[in-house]
Design a protein around this ligand. Structure first.
Ligand SMILES: CC(C)(COP(=O)(O)OP(=O)(O)OC[C@H]1O[C@@H](n2cnc3c(N)ncnc32)[C@H](O)[C@@H]1OP(=O)(O)O)[C@@H](O)C(=O)NCCC(=O)NCCS
Length: 309
């Protein structure tokens, strides 16, 4: 009984002093595996049914639903929608905060964050491009992720494309890219560097607003196979090696590379994590509606076309 009282009193006391997210940390014990995740969802093989879109419409915030409805193509709705559902699932399973009580907002540069997290260090970032939407989540450290499909530049040849991008890469990076013999290999290496840069700028939240040629990635493992996790790429900012940044790179398939950037204190151990490929059922396993299902949204989705390119 005493234990119960102490527990009850402590809990009541905590309820008044701790914020929303912290309270849930106390009452819910997430599995360690849910603390540091890498998820990928193939949006091309997902052919959503009307019911799936209808249910998904009830799992996202109204302003995000309105944003998605403004997209012209189904592919863009799907990739961004999956990103929203990944965020909600990750925060729910890693904190125990009820699914339908989570509120996300965006900062002044568009980066989503959990409202009311206070000091609870929970971080996530989403990326979508090509066939995939991906999420990296970490319970403590800021995290940035980027997925990139290797595809030929639109309406340009490779030398012209590289010329336009000259200022975005450092001299060292251009030497690495152009060190490859064929244009195909050069393009692959170009996208690998671009992906790394985006993961870094997305971690710090600034997006592509900073001088990208001041950020240099030095690649040490040149050959990557699908599923390998490469962790020896180094980051230099203004020519200074940033030893506290951990970089993870993986190929999801032959055409899609993904990079994750995390800043960690010295001696902090963070294991590289393999990607789990989710399907829609797994993605919404824990989902609870925030709003009623929206038939107008689902009908509007079905009327949209797929991208012609
Ligand atoms: C962040 C940025 C690099 C993403 O570029 P991208 O390669 O087209 O997009 P990705 O697919 O990798 O990532 C998109 C996701 O990243 C997240 N995101 C958005 N802005 C972000 C930012 N500043 N930092 C980190 N993540 C961000 C979102 O979840 C977004 O998906 P969603 O909009 O569907 O929810 C780019 O949007 C950018 O430079 N933004 C900053 C621009 C800015 O400062 N604008 C100010 C006025 S809004």
């Amino acid at each position: 009984m005493l234990n119960y009282m102490v527990h009850k009193l402590t809990k009541n006391n905590l309820r008044t002093t701790l914020n929303f997210a912290q309270r849930h940390y106390i009452t819910y014990k997430p599995k360690m595996a849910d603390y540091n995740v890498r998820w990928a969802f193939n949006i091309i093989t997902w052919k959503p049914t009307y019911e799936e879109i209808l249910s998904a419409s009830s799992y996202i915030q109204l302003e995000e639903k309105e944003r998605l409805d403004r997209f012209v193509y189904q592919d863009d709705v799907k990739s961004s929608l999956i990103g929203r559902l990944m965020m909600r699932k990750f925060i729910h399973i890693s904190t125990g905060i009820p699914y339908n009580e989570l509120t996300f907002a965006r900062d002044e540069r568009g980066k989503p964050y959990l409202v009311g997290a206070g000091d609870v260090p929970i971080n996530f970032n989403v990326s979508h491009q090509g066939d995939y939407s991906v999420l990296a989540g970490h319970k403590e450290r800021n995290i940035g992720i980027d997925v990139m499909k290797v595809e030929p530049p639109v309406n340009k040849n490779v030398p012209e494309f590289f010329r336009l991008m000259t200022k975005q890469f450092s001299a060292h990076e251009w030497r690495t890219i152009k060190g490859y013999r064929t244009e195909k290999e050069q393009l692959k290496c170009f996208y690998r560097h671009w992906c790394l840069k985006e993961a870094y700028v997305k971690n710090i939240g600034v997006g592509l607003t900073i001088a990208l040629n001041k950020i240099t990635f030095v690649i040490n493992t040149f050959d990557m196979s699908v599923g390998d996790i490469v962790t020896d790429t180094q980051l230099y900012v203004n020519d200074v090696l940033k030893r506290d940044w951990k970089i993870e790179e993986t190929l999801l398939d032959e055409k899609h590379g993904v990079a994750v950037a995390i800043q960690v204190p010295k001696d902090y151990v963070t294991e590289p994590v393999s990607y789990s490929y989710l399907n829609f059922e797994e993605l919404v396993k824990e989902a609870q509606p925030l709003n009623p299902p929206d038939q107008t949204f689902a009908n509007s989705f079905l009327k949209k076309s797929m991208k012609p390119f």
